[in-house]
Design a protein around this ligand. Structure first.
Ligand code: NAD
Ligand code: ZN
Length: 360
């Protein structure tokens, strides 16, 4: 049996205020004065001088503000790559993504597409990328997705929602400064935080689990419970713990996979544009059959923070709509195999998926 050999984030800095060291971190990575750094920044920070004034711009460096209203699309990535090629004299020295999973995934994808031919949809899948990416840095401003540590950049393309999973995807540098998460609205804090919690449950309950994934998953789960369930942490402590939960949750999936909630949530996202965090919550709320203890604790956390999830989002869908979602969900073999084992197709039939969607 041969074991998989995974790349990791090569440099990470952790600490409140570590964002101030960005200039020192980037300086040695500048190839020359013609090769700029491109900062992709969530547009929620557009008029936020507290953050933007600390982005160290020199020579031809540029800031591009990115809306996180919709999840990353392949054509959006391709357009941004075109724009960057047109606006720069030389291939950039680096791409720096400052935001949540949306902006971080766009940063990863762009850094790959600057050195690989064709369109980003050609690389949705596993190990399709040929050339090393441009140096890329991830700076999360909201915690939970684990995108800062993962080997994938999730994109919605014309035919599928699927990540660019490759050895070139992980960031070369991550800056974990929990202070950047201080103004996340409560509902979004919960949704993205629950993405981490659901990563843990799906990884730990899955058939792919090994000791590597288990140790990270258990640590992340413990941190999530401290933050969302026990709730007697100081604010800063809670922000730091959730940031580390996200990291560990992401690490847990390196050797494992997500499961039922993610597969169904991808279907919702593809058809209805439901965003990842909230979509996972909507789905997970109905999965007691698969994750009894995980869902019980989820409901307790939801109750504690008085989160009202949207109901009836599938109420008015046609049979064709259901078929689209079912097709997307069923295409994620690895997720189902992890969740239900090699005979998953006998358990998770199209009818079964439809009955689950009909509850949402
Ligand atoms: P997001 O990046 O979509 O952001 C959610 C909202 O929070 C946005 O409105 C954004 O503007 C706002 N926000 C972010 N930081 C803020 C701050 N500091 N203050 C105020 N508002 C802030 O949310 P997300 O849940 O982090 O990311 C979801 C995306 O991540 C999806 O596209 C999903 O596919 C992807 N994802 C990727 C991976 C991976 O491993 N690559 C894993 C899970 C999810
Ligand atoms: Zn997720």
């Amino acid at each position: 049996m041969s074991h998989k050999n995974f790349p990791m984030v090569s440099n990470v800095i952790f600490g409140r205020g570590s964002f101030n060291q960005l200039e020192d971190i980037l300086a040695p990575k500048r190839i020359n004065t013609q090769a700029p750094f491109i900062f992709l920044v969530d547009d929620v920070f557009k008029s936020n001088a507290w953050l933007t004034s600390r982005i160290p711009l020199a020579y031809d460096d540029k800031i591009i503000f990115i809306s996180a209203k919709e999840e990353p699309k392949t054509d959006q990535v391709d357009t941004l790559v075109e724009d960057i090629i047109l606006m720069t004299k030389e291939r950039p020295s680096g791409i720096i993504g400052i935001g949540g999973g949306t902006v971080m995934d766009i940063a990863k994808a762009i850094s790959i597409m600057l050195t690989n031919k064709g369109g980003s949809q050609d690389y949705q899948g596993w190990d399709l990328v040929k050339n090393n990416a441009v140096y890329h840095v991830g700076i999360p401003t909201i915690s939970g997705t684990g995108s800062e540590v993962s080997r994938t950049a999730v994109l919605t393309g014309p035919h599928k929602k699927l990540g660019i999973n490759s050895d070139f995807t992980p960031f070369d540098q991550v800056i974990l400064d929990s202070e950047l998460t201080k103004d996340v609205p409560k509902d979004q804090w919960f949704y993205t935080g629950m993405d981490c919690y659901i990563h843990c449950v799906e990884s730990l309950e899955g058939t792919y689990i090994n000791t590597f994934s288990e140790t990270f998953g258990e640590m992340a789960l413990k941190l999530c419970k401290e933050v969302f369930l026990e709730g007697n942490l100081r604010e800063e402590e809670a922000q730091e713990k959730l940031m580390m939960a996200s990291w560990h949750g992401g690490m847990s999936i390196v050797y494992s996979q997500v499961g039922v909630a993610h597969a169904l949530s991808y279907g919702l996202s593809y058809l209805l544009g439901t965003k990842h965090g909230i979509g996972n919550c909507i789905v997970f709320d109905h999965l007691e059959e698969f994750y009894p203890e995980g869902v019980r604790v989820f409901k307790a956390m939801k109750e504690k923070h008085q989160i009202e999830l949207p109901q009836g989002i599938c109420a008015d869908l046609s049979d064709r709509d259901f078929d689209v979602m079912i097709k997307i969900a069923l295409s994620l073999d690895q997720l189902w195999e992890n969740a239900l084992g090699p005979d998953w197709k006998k358990i998770m039939t199209p009818q079964k998926i439809k009955s689950l969607y009909q509850k949402m």
